[in-house]
Write a protein that binds this ligand. Structure first.
Ligand code: 13P
Length: 247
């Protein structure tokens, strides 16, 4: 199974559902549709509405983050996994670099993953090195630490997906070389094996994915799908990625 996840970040109002309608229509007619899943993570404000609308359709809805507590608490503006699940989401991102940079620690992320899984959300756990870490050749050690500090062999690996997003690649148009990315993806799977045993969670790539570079990524068979930011805000750009991947 391949995953194409569109992360809308701070984008979208109720009528933006038109973008998803077009993607849904494409997927429902696509002869390759059984080979991949489309998941969109709109902002919290749209989850309930979109999840209701796309129930029993081609697109699954996820959240971009969740709070590190279970159900209800006195934390202003926090939204818990229980609330997200109750709104109809099936997935949640955890550990996006945007949120790590706002102060999410490994301990907080571990609680997020734990409570998300407890509330029957599937978790897309995001990892990635920054520019300086890459320059200092610390990529693999950074990724290993991010994975082993948070993912626990007690977690149900069937409900976990890992997304590798090099921070320097997000929104920059810069992407890793094919050799580099293949090596990194294989390494991530090796670390996941050491945590979970033989069958590892799926590993996605994210960072400036678009309709033209997806053909290069496709050649790396270890990559199980993509976490797509900018290009997911346009039905045409998102559909181009799907078309070119399966061409
Ligand atoms: P871009 O595709 O815009 O680089 O964003 C990637 C991302 O951060 C998705 O979560």
């Amino acid at each position: 199974m391949r995953y194409f996840i569109g992360n809308w970040k701070m984008f979208g109002v109720p009528k933006s559902i038109n973008i998803l309608n077009k993607i849904n229509y494409f997927h429902s007619k696509d002869k390759n549709r059984k080979n991949y899943r489309v998941i969109i993570t709109p902002p919290y404000t749209l989850i309930e509405n979109y999840a209701k609308y796309f129930k029993n359709k081609s697109i699954s809805i996820g959240s971009q983050n969740c709070y590190q507590k279970d159900q209800f608490s006195s934390d202003t503006a926090a939204v818990s996994p229980f609330m997200i699940k109750s709104a109809g989401a099936e997935y949640t991102l955890v550990g996006h670099s945007d949120n790590r940079s706002e102060g999410d620690t490994d301990k907080m992320l571990k609680n997020k993953v734990f409570f998300a899984l407890k509330n029957k959300l599937k978790v897309v756990f995001c990892i990635g090195e920054n520019k300086k870490e890459k320059k200092n050749k610390r990529t693999l050690s950074v990724l290993k630490k991010q994975l082993t500090k948070v993912l626990d062999k007690k977690f149900n690996k069937k409900n976990i997906i890992v997304a590798y997003e090099p921070i320097w690649s997000i929104g920059s148009g810069k992407i890793p070389t094919k050799d580099e990315l293949k090596k990194t993806t294989i390494y991530i799977k090796k670390v996941l094996k050491s945590i979970f045993g033989k069958q590892t969670p799926a590993v996605l790539y994210g960072g400036s994915v678009d309709g033209s570079n997806v053909k290069m990524f496709k050649e790396i068979k270890e990559i199980d799908g993509f976490l797509i930011g900018g290009a997911s805000k346009s039905s045409k750009k998102f559909i181009d990625i799907l078309k070119n991947y399966y061409r």
